[in-house]
Design a protein around this ligand. Structure first.
Ligand code: GDP
Length: 193
């Protein structure tokens, strides 16, 4: 996507701050540290747009990034921080559900670390997407961490675990090697078209 066209539009930390849906939105989500910020920066061609960090438990927020006049890439707060207090998890659930219930057009992009089995949070997200009728696709992040030959069996295992249909195979992606950037950009552009 054209680098100049991506801009930070709005940061929401409570449900009431979420805007009414207008243009299509591609929502990106995954467990914390899955490589979400790195993916957003890579697909939008903007190295410093999203902060890449190792510190989980930052303020949970929904970040709208405007992509030209076509729509938004939306960064949803990550999950899976085992030691997060109950109140923080409840706040996460309220924010993510409030985001989904708006019923914006556009797909969701679920990120899964290529080396991990789906966790409770990942399964919950898939349930949410199905419950709220949100189309979604799965991206296997950090693909450079395993050999190329492992991508297919891992994609198949993930498809089975998440009950994905044929033609919904997870996309191998690496922010380090650039693998899959084009495929993810294509998915996002289709969704914003
Ligand atoms: P987020 O918490 O999901 O936003 O994840 P970040 O994008 O901040 O990345 C978390 C950590 O994983 C950082 O140390 C990144 O450098 C690393 N990382 C992200 N993407 C990749 C990737 O494609 N390959 C490798 N090897 N490391 C990655």
């Amino acid at each position: 996507m054209k680098p100049v066209s991506a801009r930070l539009e709005r940061v929401c930390v409570t449900p009431s701050q979420l805007p009414a849906p207008t243009l299509p939105e591609v929502a990106v989500i995954g467990r914390s540290n899955v490589g979400k910020s790195s993916l957003i920066n890579a697909v939008l061609g903007r190295r410093g747009l999203m902060r890449v960090s190792n510190t989980p438990g930052r303020t949970q927020s929904v970040i709208f990034v405007g992509v030209g006049e076509r729509g938004y890439v939306v960064d949803l707060p990550g999950y899976g921080f085992a030691r997060a207090p109950r109140a923080a998890r409840a706040a996460w659930g309220r924010l993510v559900e409030a985001y989904l219930v708006r019923g914006a057009r556009g797909a969701a992009c679920l990120l899964m670390d290529v080396r991990r089995e789906p966790g409770e949070g990942d399964l919950m997200m898939v349930d949410y997407f199905r419950q709220y009728g949100r189309p979604f696709f799965v991206v296997m992040t950090k693909a450079d961490k395993v050999s190329r030959g492992e991508w297919k069996p891992r994609a198949q295992a993930l498809s089975k675990a998440l009950d994905l249909g044929p033609g919904e195979s997870p996309i191998p992606f690496s922010a380090v090697s650039g693998e899959g950037v084009k495929n993810v950009v294509k998915k996002i552009e289709e969704s914003l078209a």
